[in-house]
Design a protein around this ligand. Structure first.
Ligand code: MN
Length: 260
């Protein structure tokens, strides 16, 4: 258990994402980070890495590119970025906190298991660094408005900086697709689960060959209560602590008897 509270004004903040170094959401998160501390570093993937989850690039070398003071791209995954930042690019002392996002689209329920945005925060947690993943849910194909994230993210981070932080824990934050005045509070909640999971779409390509496309052709319908899905569906901002220990504790108790 990390009982320290972080003074964000003196914190070294590392910003990363999975939408790539040129993504507007990264610029917004960078701006939010700079409003909190002068010591902000950005290390983000060169190209979009959405849904790459917690993958590592093991079979080729990685290259980083310096784009400005304390600002780099890496030709790898979000996890690669956090590792390269920690062990190579961020010099002097390690980051005190890693911020990932702001993802273009929500990371709710089972999205968490596919998300590169959340995985970057997972990698930070494995390195013993506090980490928060931010995602902005979308309203269909409408352009994303970042006003809600800009208004609420600094206060959420100040509150998270003041809590005890458990080992291997990270925090997943999702903003509803609503203007700031319509947001119905910031609420802590558990990870949810959609009633229907990820599916596929079938079609025929211009050459006449059938294809299958995997993707998010599903509704956010969820019967769980007080979950990230229900909070965001109700117009709130969800704040969910996640833990990297995936052990299913009640089954472990059963197994301890079976294998005694
Ligand atoms: Mn993404």
């Amino acid at each position: 258990m990390d009982r320290r509270t972080i003074d964000l004004k003196k914190a070294r903040i590392l910003v990363t994402n999975d939408d790539g170094i040129h993504a507007p959401g990264l610029r917004i998160l960078e701006r939010i980070a700079r409003s909190l501390s002068p010591d902000v570093w950005v290390v983000a993937p060169e190209t979009e890495q959405s849904a790459t989850s917690h993958s590592l690039t093991l079979r080729r070398p990685l290259r980083s590119r310096r784009l400005g003071p304390r600002r780099f791209s890496v030709d790898g995954t979000p996890t690669d970025c956090v590792l390269v930042a920690r062990h190579d690019l961020v010099t002097g002392r390690p980051p005190d906190i890693v911020l990932s996002g702001i993802n273009h689209g929500g990371n709710l329920g089972e999205d968490v298991t596919y998300s590169g945005t959340v995985a970057a925060a997972m990698e930070a947690a494995l390195l013993g660094i506090r980490a928060v993943a931010f995602s902005q849910t979308r309203d269909g194909d409408k352009p994303i408005s970042w006003a809600t994230a800009q208004k609420f993210a600094p206060g959420i981070l100040r509150r998270l900086a003041a809590i005890r932080w458990s080992r291997d824990m990270l925090v997943n934050v999702n903003f509803p697709a609503l203007p700031p005045a319509k947001v119905r509070g910031v609420r802590s909640c558990r990870q949810g689960r959609r009633d229907l999971g990820t599916s596929v779409s079938r079609g025929v390509d211009p050459g006449g060959r059938p294809y299958i496309w995997v993707g998010n052709f599903r509704s956010d319908a969820s019967s769980g209560r007080n979950t990230d899905l229900s909070v965001v569906a109700d117009g709130g901002i969800s704040v969910t602590p996640l833990h990297l220990d995936l052990t299913h504790k009640s089954t472990l108790r059963d197994l301890n008897e079976v294998f005694a």
